[in-house]
Design a protein around this ligand. Sequence first.
Ligand code: PGA
Length: 250
Amino acid sequence: MRQLIAGNWKMNGLAANLGELAALKAGLDNQEGDPDCDVLICPPATLIAQAAWAVKGAFALGGQDCSAKPSGAFTGDISAQMLKDAGAAFVILGHSERRQIHGERDADIAAKVEAAWAAGLTAIICIGESGDEREAGRAHAICLGQIGGSVPKTANAANTAIAYEPVWAIGTGKTPTLEEITAMHAHLHGCLVEKLGEAGRAIRLLYGGSVNPKNARDILNLDGVDGALVGGASLKASDFLAIIGAVKQP
Ligand code: PGA
């Protein structure tokens, strides 16, 4: 499966930081041939239109959240169609920071996924257990429940990717062991096939949580890992290019 390397800038980035995207474009342009993976950056929504102009299709752009509603009196919210209009092809939904800070529940996320699809965006649906849940031996059950509640039944490889992001690994420098990642990805691929049938088999399953240039090769070469969702290390073009350079070779 062709891997997807996705960067999540979170609430970081001003116009002055667009130079990192230009550097990423230059780095990709300088490589011999096309990268062996799909590349995506999700900057703050305020930068998507300028980024689209700057990167000229060298890689894809995405949003970090969208409203479940198509338009209307929802002050401060951004619709999926607005993201698309600005130049996005993807949107991250159900990130643990949205679940925790904004109280988003599985049903809210599923509604946002439907809205993203209606606007022609591919949804990256995030799931993952907390540290306490893992310690209690509930990690697999928690992720199964999140897939059950936040992934609509018509998900397929074209409209959806899933990101497994253990909450305790996000921004902490800690990661699960390679064995734990392999076991979780096998479990989640099984959950997707059980829920969606054959369509579930082709859905890309990304790993996220403290991926960096040092650990990327080991993680990206694991069975069942179809890419990475990268936070901190996506902010610098040189780090992100190093991660792109670590993808599984076809
Ligand atoms: P991190 O963030 O790579 O900084 O741990 C990952 C994410 O939140 O998507």
